[in-house]
Ligand binder design. Sequence first.
Ligand SMILES: [Zn+2]
Length: 239
Amino acid sequence: MKFYQLTKDPSPRYTGYLNASHKWGLPGVEPCPTCKAGGGWGVEYPCVDLSSLPPHELKKLSDPWPVTREEIERLREVVRPLVPPETRLEPGTMLGPLVGTGLGYFGQLFMQEPWVLYMRREALERLREAGMRGLQGCPTQIRFRTKHAPELLEMQLQTQGQYHPDCLPPNRRPPCPTCGNEFRERPDPIVLEAASLPTELDLFRLRQAWMLIVANERFVETVGRLELDGVLFQELEVR
Ligand SMILES: [Zn+2]
């Protein structure tokens, strides 16, 4: 089985643009006193609904301003009962529907950033009918200033699989004793470890590098057969 990285189609006909953000999320974390690492950048879980939480907690979960590690730990436990069991609750994890405005022309599939995938509802339905597995589309709250506004769903993808150890750059320094930061650099080129890749999903995020959206050969063939546009597929080495 071959595997591919999804990237946006840079063709100028795709003028679609979203000015939007997720309704809730975990804040960033204050810089570590030892290694200065901080901030936050996490996976999107757009199907999560936090609206049952008390207003004072929702206020904290709507402000990305960095907080202490202790406060991140506390907020994780506040949201944990409301998220899927495998959810990675890193600082900066985005939760709930995307809210904002959109304009321009969108393909059947759409990527604005390399780590978020949207589909028009009809594209998702056709892929599901064709037997594609692991596709969870979440409603967005986007107001379009466009004729024939698309109904865009944001994909909530499972995180699975890892890099082949051979492609990982050597660690130049030991992990931070205070926060555990491993100072890992992103491998280039990327090689995936065959045994770690899911056999029951056709589209997923790489667990070790969740910003990487990966499709298998079945998915790529199906997108081509259904003539769904808007993204390109780049084959990844698997060992
Ligand atoms: Zn540190």
